[in-house]
Design a protein around this ligand. Structure first.
Ligand SMILES: NC(=O)c1ccc[n+]([C@@H]2O[C@H](COP(=O)([O-])OP(=O)(O)OC[C@H]3O[C@@H](n4cnc5c(N)ncnc54)[C@H](OP(=O)(O)O)[C@@H]3O)[C@@H](O)[C@H]2O)c1
Length: 251
């Protein structure tokens, strides 16, 4: 095998990023473009996708606005995206609600975007051979549900735990085409998502002090893990969930 001059480079690769209109997805799109990738930006809000596009390095990036819970939109996306060297499936939604108030409609709302749309998109990209041989898929799961079980987080957490499990099955099966599948498993990251729930700003500030590194994560802390998993530097890494949590799991 030849020596790769920079194993962390994404030069010449096309990478699709869902959730690219905000937070972790936006940051991942920016960092992947800084490493040379052409990005296909996906989310519902076209204006915010354009803001992300304006922040990207290089040329040739595309926007495909789509609600991933809409079956037709998801199918159109798979038709339109062309060949991909990588995907980062980041679109998702939070919910804080005690178990006794978690009725079926709430499960449907969160599982539809966090689990079913993500799993279905990955399935179709593989089945329709959009993912080229050697491609890398990165799913953004969460410590909440896989390692941390905070009150009120049952639906969100179980949707992410299901996704983390699905990632491992896909990794095992997709290895036949040398396609890798991994997840990044973040703890609290400073994005609109953590400010949209039932936790007050005071509670959030107290919570941040419990992290050994004394702060919540930033979107780029997750993006750097994602671009590593997209790059040739991680060529022998598959079926892994990479914890990015400021040391919370050892606190
Ligand atoms: N922030 C954290 O502490 C944290 C921790 C662990 C894991 N995560 C996970 O990281 C991912 C990104 O979260 P974030 O913190 O960056 O949140 P965010 O800033 O709220 O971004 C969520 C993204 O998902 C997109 N999205 C939501 N519903 C969609 C739909 N139906 N179709 C298409 N796109 C949709 C949103 O775009 P539009 O509104 O434009 O559609 C947005 O780009 C999520 O999966 C989240 O669960 C976050």
């Amino acid at each position: 095998m030849g020596i790769i001059s920079n194993p962390f480079s994404l030069e010449g690769k096309t990478i699709l990023v869902t959730g690219a209109s905000s937070g972790i997805g936006r940051s991942t799109a920016i960092e992947a473009s800084n490493l040379g990738a052409r990005i296909i930006l996906v989310a519902r809000d076209e204006n915010r996708l354009k803001e992300t596009q304006a922040a990207l390095s290089g040329q040739g990036h595309r926007i495909i606005a789509a609600d991933l819970t809409d079956e037709m939109a998801l199918n159109n996306l798979v038709e339109e995206c062309g060949a991909l060297d990588g995907v980062v499936l980041c679109a998702g939604k939070g919910l804080t609600r005690p178990v006794q108030f978690c009725d079926r409609s709430r499960f449907d709302e969160i599982f539809n975007i966090n689990f079913f749309s993500t799993a279905e998109l990955l399935r179709l990209l593989y089945k329709k051979k959009r993912l080229v041989k050697g491609a890398s898929a990165v799913l953004i799961t969460s410590m909440g549900g896989t390692h941390v079980f905070s009150g009120g987080n049952s639906i969100y957490g179980s949707s992410k735990a299901a996704l983390d499990s699905f990632m491992k099955f896909a990794a095992k099966e997709f290895a036949a085409r040398n396609i890798r599948v991994n997840s990044v498993c973040p703890s609290m990251i400073e994005t609109p998502l953590i400010h949209s729930g039932a936790i007050t700003e005071e509670q959030l500030a107290e919570y941040a002090k419990r992290f050994p590194l004394k702060r919540f994560g930033r979107p780029e802390d997750v993006a750097y893990a994602a671009v590593y998993l997209l790059s040739p530097a991680s060529a022998w890494v598959t079926g892994t969930s990479m914890i990015v949590d400021g040391g919370f799991s050892i606190s």
